[in-house]
Write a protein that binds this ligand. Structure first.
Ligand SMILES: Cc1cc2nc3c(=O)[nH]c(=O)nc-3n(C[C@H](O)[C@H](O)[C@H](O)COP(=O)(O)O)c2cc1C
Length: 143
């Protein structure tokens, strides 16, 4: 059984809803899923997982959330050898910018040793098509 961790930051609930949909997709594929707000997550949640997903809204001119998500992810650069190309999916929501920050975020996670196999940025709430896509990304994490 694949171990999947989904770690996110959310205040208004948009990212949390995407995280839950992704978890449903992974569970449908038979994965054991840990889904946590980053405030409750530990490094072990990443190290012990076969694949991981991280979710954040865009804040402060196209950065990921800076007070909790950014420092959590920065710790992972010390484990780049342990991450050993672990499959990773990044998901984001934004209010008014285009999803330009995703490329920077992907490059950062790749430099920490992850294989970023998928990403999705959604303007606030997902369309039906985007909901299906995030569920599929959850299934991909479990495969
Ligand atoms: C303090 C704050 C700063 C934000 N900054 C940006 C921004 O720079 N660019 C943007 O597109 N959206 C920005 N947003 C909008 C959020 O990215 C968007 O509403 C997101 O869907 C919130 O996710 P959540 O409901 O999971 O908290 C900001 C929202 C907040 C509360």
């Amino acid at each position: 059984m694949k171990k999947v961790s989904i770690i996110y930051w959310s205040c208004g609930g948009n990212i949390e809803a995407l995280a839950n949909t992704m978890a449903d997709g992974a569970r449908e594929q038979g994965a054991e899923v840990r889904i946590k707000h980053v405030a409750d997550a530990t490094i072990e949640d990443v190290l012990e997982a076969d694949s991981v997903a991280f979710g954040s809204p865009a804040v402060d001119a196209a950065k990921i959330e800076q007070l909790e998500m950014k420092p959590f992810l920065e710790q992972l650069k010390d484990y780049s050898k342990d991450n050993k190309k672990k499959n990773c999916i990044l998901f984001a929501t934004y209010g008014w910018i285009e999803d330009t920050f995703m490329k920077i975020w992907k490059d950062e996670m790749t430099s920490y040793g992850f294989n970023v196999m998928g990403d999705l940025a959604v303007k606030d709430s997902p369309t039906k098509k985007q909901t299906n896509l995030i569920k599929k990304l959850g299934k991909d994490l479990a495969n």
